[in-house]
Design a protein. Structure first.
Length: 78
């Protein structure tokens, strides 16, 4: 599956192993046009790529298109 994501201004807390971890919400769309969102807690650049340009791009955010983004549907929680 291929997904194109955009960073948003919304940050939520996820509880992972009893620890609160901040996660930025990224909104996106699959190659087949299905809208989705991702909870990104970490992101890195391969050591041979330009980390400076990547870091500058990471500072760009927009408001979420969906005001309810950040709510995980119960059907997706094990």
């Amino acid at each position: 599956m291929q997904v194109t994501l955009e960073s948003t201004t919304k940050i939520v807390e996820l509880i992972i192993n009893d620890v609160a971890v901040p996660a930025r919400i990224w909104e996106g769309v699959t190659a087949k046009g299905i809208k989705c969102h991702a909870y990104i807690t970490r992101i890195a650049v391969h050591k041979e790529d330009d980390a400076g340009e990547f870091a500058a791009d990471l500072r760009e955010h927009r408001a979420p298109r969906n005001p309810d983004v950040g709510v995980i549907p119960s059907r997706l929680v094990p």
